[in-house]
Design a protein around this ligand. Structure first.
Ligand code: ATP
Length: 458
């Protein structure tokens, strides 16, 4: 069975994900992507970009900066309202989100509730709640903490704490404030979307779930601008597309489910999450929301710029409504690692293999000499590696013995392992082993590139 411990341990052991600042004892809720992790995340981002930008005429890309005018975060409501209610266990001092604990006993709260309102609900239900760490029931009152991360960028006075610039808390604000630039500089007409992948930062209070909740993370967001009358029709289309996207990404249907929000923020028309079955249970992977015209109205109000759209057919002006798809790269990497993790009993031994879909595998081909101390085998293997490296993500591996190399490559999820042996020197062929079936085939080296292209086919 796949557990958090198994995924975290494999991810570190095999160079996918390292805790940040590891040699300094780590840095809470921040992670680094190692050599295989960065290949995997790049493949995920490429797949998302292809699905939403390359394959659609009505969606264009954007890469807006992390730093933005501080007023944007006032307009978006993040300065006043982007906060989580937190309680601390008086016994072990673990901090927990009280909205999450209340949700666990079936009580929904609303992110717009004040500290006072949250505390009223909290105190009524106190005796039903336990500290998730030590099990005690003795808590402080709830306090709301703002999640925006402050910076002193460009502020050369001692006043920076009072007039902060923020690291962006979400990437979509960069899309809203560029909507008019995109409209004026490209051929798009409503309905159209703007997609962006980029870093976001949040002072998350409880960050104990590996890549699921980190303080620095990447989001892949697509905001789609529509006529008000078409909002719900387009929303249903987007929901369908996003569900299909996850199936195409390689997540199993039984590990996905829709979660309809019961408490909508006042401007939202509808909100669903796509939840994934992480090792700790089902939780939000992506949000698909119908946001009304709140975002562009707020930015019109705060910037003083007219962000309405002039319909070229009717000659009428309106403020577009927005539907959005928003997902974290890290949460997707975590879901893909969970989905791929497989333990198989082969004879009496346990094999751990990461069964990534072909398009996501961080390494496609590994090439080994059967024996590392035979120069003629090593020479031939290097020739094969040279032939393949410009076509495939390819690795030369002569560490340990062949059994160890298979074990390592299986845990990386390498699709094909190629072994050059003494026969190869005479017959100009080698053995190809398939990751999933473990079947081996002899293939002529001059046919190898075509053979692998056909097999890998991404
Ligand atoms: P949650 O309720 O889990 O805090 P959220 O509803 O605040 O998430 P959004 O603001 O809607 O999340 O962000 C959209 C997406 O960005 C989420 O679905 C998730 O995939 C990702 N995301 C948000 N916060 C984090 C985080 N701290 N670490 C990793 N990914 C995140």
């Amino acid at each position: 069975m796949v557990t958090m411990e198994k995924i975290i341990s494999l991810a570190k052991r095999r160079g996918f994900i390292f805790p940040s600042s590891d040699i300094y004892g780590g840095f809470a809720a921040i992670y680094d992507y190692g050599p295989y992790g960065v290949e995997l995340e790049n493949n995920i981002k490429k797949f998302w970009w292809k699905n939403l930008v390359r394959q659609r005429q009505d969606i264009v890309g954007l890469d807006s900066a992390i730093f933005m005018h501080p007023k944007i975060w006032e307009a978006s409501g993040h300065v006043a309202g982007f906060s989580d209610p937190l309680i601390e266990c008086k016994n072990c001092h673990t901090r927990s989100r009280v909205d999450h604990l209340l949700e666990g006993i079936g009580i929904e709260t609303d992110e717009k509730m004040s500290e006072k309102e949250i505390n009223e609900i909290f105190s009524k239900n106190k005796d039903k709640l336990k500290c998730p760490n030590c099990g005690e029931k003795d808590f402080t009152d709830a306090r709301k903490f703002n999640l925006l991360v402050k910076s002193n960028l460009g502020n050369f006075t001692d006043n920076w704490d009072k007039e902060p610039v923020y690291l962006r808390g979400e990437t979509c604000q960069g899309i809203y404030v560029n909507y008019k630039n995109v409209l004026d500089s490209t051929r798009v007409k409503i309905p159209f979307g703007i997609a962006q992948i980029g870093k976001a930062f949040r002072n998350e209070i409880t960050a104990r779930q590996f890549l699921f909740r980190t303080r620095e993370f990447e989001q892949m967001e697509m905001q789609y601008f529509v006529h008000p009358d078409k909002e719900m029709e387009e929303y249903e289309k987007l929901r369908k597309d996003r569900w299909q996207y996850y199936l195409d990404l390689g997540l199993r249907k039984e590990n996905l489910k829709w979660n309809k929000h019961k408490n909508l923020v006042f401007y939202a028309k509808a909100a669903y999450d796509i939840d994934y079955n992480f090792p700790f249970g089902f939780d939000e992977l992506e949000g698909v929301h119908a946001r009304g015209n709140y975002d562009l109205s707020q930015h019109t109000k705060f910037s003083g710029k007219d962000l309405s759209y002039l319909d070229p057919k009717t000659n009428k002006k309106y403020i577009p409504h927005i539907i959005e798809s928003s997902v974290g790269v890290g949460r997707t990497v975590f879901a893909v690692l969970t989905e791929a993790y497989t333990e198989e009993k082969i004879d009496k031994e346990m094999r751990i293999v990461m069964k990534f879909p072909k398009k996501l595998a961080p390494v496609q081909v590994a090439v080994f000499p059967l024996l590392r101390n035979k120069p003629e085998l090593v020479k031939k293997t290097k020739e094969v590696y040279k032939q393949l490296k410009s076509e495939f993500v390819c690795e030369f591996d002569d560490n340990g013995n062949i059994g160890k190399r298979y074990r390592r490559q299986d845990e990386i999820g390498t699709l094909m392992c190629l072994t050059v042996d003494f026969e190869s020197l005479k017959g100009d062929d080698l053995t190809v082993r398939d990751r999933d079936t473990m079947k081996q085939e002899r293939v002529k080296i001059n046919k190898l590139t075509d053979y692998l292209k056909e097999k890998i086919n991404v």
